[in-house]
Write a protein that binds this ligand. Structure first.
Ligand SMILES: [Zn+2]
Length: 117
């Protein structure tokens, strides 16, 4: 099983970095968790967000956020629409389901044949 966080939205912020005070480096990303197994692919409702400063290469954690950053973050969070959660069955799942159905039908058939004798 593999879990992946896929970036759905990335915005450059015009706020000062709380670490290096650069006004050009802050980047806010929203990521959504996807799960993939041999049987299915699934989009979960787990959303991750983080702010990284590309000038000083630091992750800016929410405790370090200034009021301005918080306001901008809330604005972007409201504007962000995650992908709908869904699960797709893969071919392997359908083969297993089909195979099970065929066996069930065969078993029922066998029982019917036995009881008619
Ligand atoms: Zn910085």
């Amino acid at each position: 099983m593999s879990e992946k966080f896929i970036t759905l939205k990335e915005v450059a912020l015009n706020n000062n970095c709380p670490e290096c005070f650069s006004k050009v480096g802050l980047r806010l990303t929203f990521k959504q968790k996807f799960i993939e197994t041999s049987f299915y692919k699934s989009i979960t409702n787990t959303i991750n967000h983080n702010i990284v400063c590309e000038t000083c290469n630091t992750t800016i954690y929410p405790v370090q956020w200034t009021d301005d950053i918080e306001r901008v973050f809330e604005y972007h969070q409201k504007a962000f629409t995650p992908k709908k959660t869904s699960t797709y069955l893969k071919k392997l799942s359908w083969i297993v389901i089909l195979f099970t159905a065929i066996i069930l039908v065969a078993v029922v058939f066998f029982i019917l044949l036995q009881s008619s004798n």
